[in-house]
Write a protein of this length. Structure first.
Length: 242
């Protein structure tokens, strides 16, 4: 089966939830007071500016480099990012729920401090199992997310052989697409995850050389600097205990 020629992933721009979560974490709070459900959290004004910077990056690509299709998480902040970035580009957009963020279950709306204080058993279990395999009650492990990403990328390859596809997703999906594209081990993925905070509207890309996809960019924010847009690096509330 023919493979993709090029694959890219953009994390959504800064959301209002990112700002609230960051304030809760730095303020030592146990809970995160986000009024919307996760799927309905919108971009902040800075997030919208970051998304437009991605659009300028797309405009600068040559006709033989520009993606032929964008696949987008259904979450509002991600759809808003894609709509702003793709405006006027002519790149068609499809929404696919398999690109949604990792579901946190009982950990949702808790800071790291909150998990330790309110769910000490889960805090200990997460520390023992690690990010890759730990599944919070009602939520997903990274391995669970990989199941849906594998299915999505298989369909994309089949429907667009030799094509160029850009995904708009989330922090966890950015790491896990890299895991799949580069055929990483769990240990190597965890090294990368521990060393990296995925920036809002960062771009990661892979291009096929011979029989394998090779990385071009990872967590790149040079397009934000190019237009004077501040990068932000709020980590989703998904960190392992330390």
């Amino acid at each position: 089966m023919e493979q993709l020629q090029w694959l890219g992933l953009v994390r959504h721009g800064q959301s209002t939830g990112n700002v609230i979560a960051q304030d809760a974490e730095t303020g030592g709070l146990e809970a995160i007071d986000i009024p919307e459900r996760d799927a309905d959290v919108p971009l902040s004004e800075l997030g919208r500016e970051q998304a437009r910077a991605v659009g300028k990056w797309l405009v600068g690509l040559g006709d033989d480099e520009r993606p032929e299709l964008a696949v987008v998480s259904p979450y509002l902040r991600t759809r808003q990012t894609a709509e702003l970035a793709l405006e006027g580009s002519g790149v068609p957009m499809v929404v696919d729920e398999r690109l949604r963020d990792r579901e946190l279950g009982v950990l949702d709306l808790l800071t790291g401090r909150g998990v330790q204080a309110r769910l000490p058993g889960e805090y200990a279990r997460r520390a023992r199992l690690g990010k890759f395999y730990y599944r919070p009650p009602g939520g997903e492990s990274w391995a669970d997310v990989l199941l849906r990403l594998r299915a999505l990328l298989r369909e994309v390859r089949e429907d667009h052989p030799g094509g160029r596809v850009l995904c708009f997703g989330h922090e966890a999906t950015a790491f896990l697409v890299r895991y799949l594209a580069e055929e990483l081990s769990e240990a190597r993925l965890m090294e990368i995850a521990h060393a990296t905070t995925m920036a809002n509207c960062s771009i990661s890309t892979w291009r096929r050389h011979g029989g394998e996809l090779r990385p071009e960019l990872f967590n790149d924010v040079s397009h934000l600097h190019d237009v004077g847009t501040p990068p932000t690096k709020q980590e989703d509330v998904d960190a392992e205990p330390v």
